[in-house]
Design a protein around this ligand. Structure first.
Ligand SMILES: *Cc1c(COP(=O)(O)O)cnc(C)c1O
Length: 465
């Protein structure tokens, strides 16, 4: 048959809609998207005929092409993935998963009305700050606190409130870039503060700060170098010494602490990252940190410090621009409450549970996962367990190799690169690492209920290629 004859045999959209399978798509996805998918499938068929790639027209093929297109159209853009990388606070994968009780609180306030800005006893307008302020104060020893959209906005607002049109002194060793476009010099410029750099990349002394103080100085800024370390011949001024200098000259001290550590991680064999409470105890006027890094909560910026400083921040025009919504506040409140009971904290906050997971537990899980894979996939993969390292991620604990046991897979019928891609393109996507020609799966960041899903994904690839 020539192309023109074939084109005349193409079914009409109306005819296709009468098919039982297409009618089901129509019910599931609605008329607009179904028509769009049918037209696209017909256009693709027409193009194939014109190109001489098609010898006959099949309504079944057009309907199933439309179904595949609809499935792609209906697939959410923001969706779950399985993190088998062993990078706990994986920024690209959404940083910290939330505790179940936090998720329940989010669902509850999202579903209906809430006390967001309503004071129940008086029946009058309340403040959204009350839901987390006391908790943050209790956990850090601060006089006052608030939470905003993220730590970047916390830093911006802190700088704007304390050093707009004034000089802010910061060490050259702390002019960090956090990834994306968050760079301390840029944020300082946007805040209206005039950045005064002191010291060198590797060494900054207290006298460097002192020599830079002028009548225009409004702030001493300390930035935690959360995602890198200057090692070797180095010197950084302690928070205590900066506070003493600030007090001598009547200049406030702001510490951007970054990772959001509320408990002493050294007890769990992790590096003793500075805590928010330590900055408060050292006497800083203001400290800021992320809610979704090591704290293990939702994306948020925690601001804690002196009463007058927080009062000023709450009244600042930017406060409204960077305020938290009710769902995040609900998750943050519940996450912070879990810190009141350390046993529950380590059991229920996924980020802390994963970071503090015992080596023996991971080894056992890796062994069980390897056996399940071998059983489900036959000879498709060479499966072994081996020691490797997990990472805290999120720019936290950059120097720390956290020992782990991974499942290492060497596919027999394809390359490791191809297997990694097949896993990534599956549903749900399984994100794995490649090392030395093997695909590595780290049980540290897998929920136990995700392990069977990983096994099925591997079995599917083994079957379908
Ligand atoms: C992560 C980080 C930030 C940015 O925080 P976000 O929560 O990502 O906005 C700022 N400063 C430091 C030191 C950080 O570690």
């Amino acid at each position: 048959m020539d192309a023109n004859t074939l084109l005349r045999t193409l079914p009409k959209v109306d005819e296709l809609l009468k098919r039982e399978d297409v009618a089901e798509l129509d019910v599931a996805h609605g008329r607009t998207l179904t028509l769009e998918a049918l037209r696209e499938a017909l256009d693709a068929t027409r193009a194939a005929i014109r190109a001489g790639d098609l010898a006959e027209v099949s309504a079944d093929a057009i309907a199933s092409d439309a179904a595949a297109r609809l499935a792609r159209k209906a697939r959410r853009s923001l969706r779950r993935v399985i993190n088998a990388t062993g990078i706990v606070v994986h920024t690209n994968l959404g940083r910290s998963p939330l505790a179940e009780s936090a998720i329940e609180a989010v669902a509850e306030v999202a579903r209906g009305y809430s006390t967001l800005e309503y004071d129940v006893p008086s029946g009058e307008r309340g403040s959204r700050h009350v839901h987390v302020e006391e908790l943050i104060c209790r956990l850090t020893g601060a006089e006052a606190a608030m939470a905003v959209n993220n730590n970047a906005s916390a830093v911006l607002m802190g700088l704007a409130a304390l050093s707009r049109r004034k000089e802010a002194i910061v060490s050259r060793g702390q002019l960090v870039e956090i990834g994306g476009s968050f760079r301390i010099p840029d944020i300082m410029r946007e805040s209206g503060a005039k950045m005064v750099e002191v010291g060198t990349t590797n060494k900054t002394h207290l006298r460097d700060y002192e020599n830079a103080i002028t009548p225009r100085t409004g702030l001493l800024l300390k930035v935690h170098t959360s995602n890198y370390r200057v090692v070797g011949f180095t010197e950084e001024v302690s928070t205590e010494d900066m506070v003493a200098l600030g007090e001598k000259h009547g200049i406030p001290v702001f510490e951007d602490q970054g990772s959001g550590v509320l408990i002493d991680l050294a007890r769990f064999g992790l590096p003793g990252e500075p805590t928010i409470g330590a900055a408060i105890a050292a006497g800083v006027d203001l400290v800021s940190a992320s809610g979704d890094k090591l704290l293990g909560g939702p994306q948020a910026g925690i601001l804690a410090g002196k009463r007058e400083v927080i009062a000023k921040l709450k009244k600042h025009p930017l406060a409204r621009c960077v305020r938290l919504d009710k769902m995040t506040l609900a998750a943050l409140e519940v996450t912070l409450r879990l810190y009141l009971d350390e046993d529950r904290l380590l059991a229920e906050v996924p980020t802390l549970r994963m970071l503090t997971m015992r080596a023996g537990e991971i080894e056992t899980r890796a062994g069980a996962l390897a056996s399940a894979i071998s059983e489900a996939c036959g000879e498709s993969y060479d499966v072994a367990t081996q020691p490797d390292v997990s990472r805290a991620g999120g720019g936290a604990l950059p120097m720390k190799d956290i020992p782990t046991t991974v499942v290492a897979l060497e596919p027999r019928a394809m390359s490791a690169v191809a297997l990694e891609e097949r896993l990534r393109l599956g549903e749900p996507a399984v994100i794995a690492r490649i090392k030395d020609g093997r695909v590595l799966l780290d049980p540290r960041t897998l929920r136990t209920d995700e392990e069977p899903e990983v096994v099925s994904a591997l079995a599917y690839v083994a079957r379908e290629g």
